[in-house]
Design a protein around this ligand. Structure first.
Ligand SMILES: C[S@@+](CC[C@H](N)C(=O)[O-])C[C@H]1O[C@@H](n2cnc3c(N)ncnc32)[C@H](O)[C@@H]1O
Length: 263
């Protein structure tokens, strides 16, 4: 399968809304814009869960159109089968080339757990073309993809290493993504495309054992965590690792939010 996010798009749709990480992050976006004034929102890298759409419909009483864009065909197919509101328009398109689908300018771009996956130069150009002059782009990055100062890797990594060693599989050298994005990189990219950051905020999210088990039961997430293994073996290893952890081994996960607008 070419697109890793196509794997298990149905499971993603059912499971993501049950995980504290997605519940907390999807809620947090609404702290960064005026929900009463928002009439058009675009969710880039929307995935297959209806969580964000439901929240927008609930919190933005004047919403007229929600554009949902995702480059995984499966994600958009699963989402299309679930959505009933005529205000929602779903497109299978790349974040680097989607603006031709939008017939109105956008008040707010929401990018939940996807920003670092895009070619950011191209994506920011597309966003810039379609954003209202006072519009906002809001995105977040979790600790496994963002370079936090004083980062302490989550204890789960020790448990995952142990499971890999038991099976004589080479352990991963890095904790989280190999190339974590830095604040400077983000600032430079945004500034290059005429944006500036208005607000940034770090939130801490508690993951329970069930949250981690659910997280790693999503095949695409397991595959991203252990990319050299098949998703079945990856899921088995990740689930054994989390099952061995006791209550004291769990710690919070950091996620940073940025809200930017055109200069
Ligand atoms: C971790 S999921 C997040 C989904 C959703 N935003 C949520 O919070 O549940 C990342 C999503 O980004 C999508 N994605 C990755 N690269 C993309 C790209 N270049 N253009 C559009 N979507 C992309 C994937 O297909 C996937 O659905």
């Amino acid at each position: 399968m070419d697109n890793i996010w196509d794997i298990g798009a149905e499971i993603y749709s059912e499971t993501a809304p049950q995980i504290s990480f997605y519940q907390k992050t999807s809620e947090k976006f609404f702290d960064f814009f005026d929900t009463l004034n928002a009439t058009t929102i675009c969710d880039l890298g929307c995935g297959s869960s209806t969580l964000m759409i439901e929240k927008i419909l609930e919190k933005c009483p004047n919403i007229e159109c929600i554009y949902c864009i995702d480059s995984s065909k499966k994600m958009t197919e699963v989402l299309s089968n679930k959505v009933r509101s005529s205000k929602v328009k779903i497109y299978n398109a790349n974040a680097e080339n989607f603006s031709h689908f939008l017939i109105t300018k956008i008040d707010v771009f929401i990018i939940n757990s996807a920003f670092w996956l895009f070619n950011l130069e191209k994506t920011l150009k597309q966003i810039s073309n379609s954003l209202k002059s006072d519009g906002k782009v809001i995105f977040n990055i979790a600790e496994w993809d963002y370079h936090f100062q004083n980062y302490t890797p989550h204890p789960k990594y020790e448990f995952i290493d142990n499971e890999l060693k038991k099976r004589n599989i080479k352990i991963k050298k890095t904790r989280g993504s190999k190339n974590k994005i830095t604040e400077n990189e983000i600032m430079n990219l945004l500034s290059q495309e005429g944006f500036s950051i208005n607000t940034k905020e770090i939130i801490n999210i508690e993951f329970t054992k069930m949250d981690w088990l659910n997280f790693y039961s999503i095949p695409s997430i397991a595959k991203r965590s252990l990319p050299d293994l098949s998703e079945d073996i990856g899921m088995e290893i990740l689930s054994s690792a989390i099952s061995r952890m006791s209550k004291n081994d769990f710690s919070e996960v950091k996620c940073i939010f940025f809200e930017a607008g055109k200069r």
